[in-house]
Design a protein around this ligand. Structure first.
Ligand code: 5AD
Ligand code: SF4
Length: 444
């Protein structure tokens, strides 16, 4: 009897991007309303959920590998419930693999039906059968799911879902469906509520935030949204991810100069510096367009930090194309970049392209690119020596209990000494030492 009253424990493992991280916060909220409590110890979990990513092959393989190792756990603990959800589940061929090779999985759901989780759990418990529930596209936005957010002082807020761009390498439009914007009132209400509860920084999430509002009934754009969020008391910092260079308007650039809460940092994926490759990628801008945007941004806000995503070894990428990417990197002087080896994603256009690049060559180019990026990043950071920067204190450093970490408005990671009571507050830090990826300093 006692055993049945014990609160059941859940563990969510999240793969992939911020969108997935935030979906996991929603799943967590749903489960806690069902009286589950979170655990980080896999051995004591009654319910394990893998929220999966399909954007590159290595993320996919890791999911299969980790699922395989749950088989033994399930044998030892037959009552253990296992669910897999997220982008991988939107693909029929993946579901087939799970159903045939990972029969210890109890529930499969996708990116558009997280809200149905309680029903799926009940169905599984009643029937003991494997429940598969997938919605092919999320036309309807479900507003009544809340989130069990990891931090109280900073939060992710979805502003739109899906992507219409169909970059030829990318699987996301097939797993997240078409663009669909939330109504501004719902976004504002959510952020006002966050601010009331002490949240200082919001990161607006969407696959292509510059397209925000295009499918709304009224004329209301991404910059209108930024202007409205800028008025919310208590919110001190606004960030967003991700934007597409083809839709980056002068109006948005102007927001950087006029909205005090909009952080001077833009993540603007360039993917390649070769116009030929950009065309093959279906990116709809040229290297020159990209450089023009960067020029205008730096003119409007000289201290702005620019970060990017770059893919190495897209089909047909020649040494010349790669050198153009290196040249672009040197010209823009990115503060940092996520660099990816091109990974074939079945179902995308690029997967069928013939001139795939040898893996060894991809690795050689990758090393050259990261060396160049790191040198530039260190150079930019060195210019910050002696400066005083505003930092939002985030947490205690994993390596040293006396050291705190936080981020500048330009999104640079800073280490400094201080007590944990400062977590969640804004402090001024004098920068005394810099590395490629971090700054170090003291509170003043
Ligand atoms: N191979 C390598 N990188 C990819 N990305 C998306 N699809 C692929 C792929 N097939 C990268 C892009 C994107 C980031 C989120 O992931 O750079 O901006
Ligand atoms: Fe993928 Fe391109 Fe859409 Fe980004 S904009 S999610 S890279 S298809």
């Amino acid at each position: 009897m006692k055993e049945s009253k014990r609160q059941k424990k859940y563990l969510i493992k999240t793969y992939g991007c911020q969108m997935n991280e935030h979906d996991s916060e929603k799943i967590s909220w749903i489960l806690e309303r069902m009286n589950y409590i979170e655990t980080e110890n896999i051995e004591e979990a009654d319910f394990i959920i893998y929220n999966t990513c399909l954007v590159r092959e290595n993320a996919e393989f890791r999911v299969y590998g980790n699922l395989g190792s749950l088989k033994q756990l399930k044998r030892e603990k037959p009552d253990l419930m296992i669910a897999v959800c997220g982008c991988m589940m939107q693909r029929e061929e993946v579901r087939k693999v799970i159903l045939s090779k990972h029969r210890h999985v109890d529930i499969i759901f996708g990116t558009h039906n997280i809200h149905k989780l309680p029903q799926l759990i009940n169905n599984h418990m009643k029937t003991g059968e494997t429940i598969v529930d997938i919605l092919e596209d999320g036309r309807e936005i479900i507003e009544d799911i809340n989130s069990n957010r990891k931090y109280s002082y900073k939060a992710f807020v979805n502003i739109m879902y899906g992507c219409n761009n169909f970059c030829t390498y990318c699987i996301v439009p097939y797993t997240r469906g078409r663009e669909n914007s939330r109504e501004p009132e719902n976004i504002i209400k959510e952020i006002e509520e966050l601010a009331k509860n002490g949240c200082k920084e919001v990161t607006l999430l969407g696959q292509n935030v510059n397209s925000y509002g295009k499918n709304l009934q009224r004329n209301y754009s991404f910059t209108d949204l930024l202007k409205d969020i800028n008025k919310i008391d208590g919110i001190e910092r606004i960030r967003f991810m991700t934007s597409h260079p083809k839709d980056l308007s002068d109006d948005l650039i102007n927001c950087y100069a006029t909205l005090d809460k909009l952080c001077p940092h833009l993540h603007l994926p360039v993917q390649s510096g070769s116009n030929k490759v950009l065309k093959e990628m279906n990116r709809n801008y040229t290297k020159e367009d990209y450089l023009k945007i960067i020029g205008k941004l730096k003119e409007a806000v000289p201290e702005i930090a620019i970060t990017t995503d770059i893919i190495i070894g897209f089909p047909g990428e020649t040494d010349e194309d790669f050198n153009e990417t290196l040249d672009l990197v040197k010209e823009v002087k990115f503060d940092s970049a996520f660099t990816f080896l091109y990974s074939i994603r079945e179902g995308t256009k690029a997967a069928k392209m013939e001139n795939q690049i040898d893996e060894k060559l991809k690795h050689i180019r990758f090393e050259r690119l990261t060396d160049t990026l790191n040198e530039i990043a260190l150079g930019i950071n060195q210019k910050l020596l002696g400066k005083t920067l505003e930092v939002l204190v985030e947490e205690i450093s994993k390596n040293n209990a006396e050291v705190l970490t936080g981020r500048t408005r330009t999104n640079k990671l800073v280490h400094f000494k201080g007590g944990k009571e400062l977590i969640g507050s804004l402090v001024n830090i004098k920068i005394e030492n810099v590395k490629t990826f971090t700054l170090e300093g003291s509170i003043i």
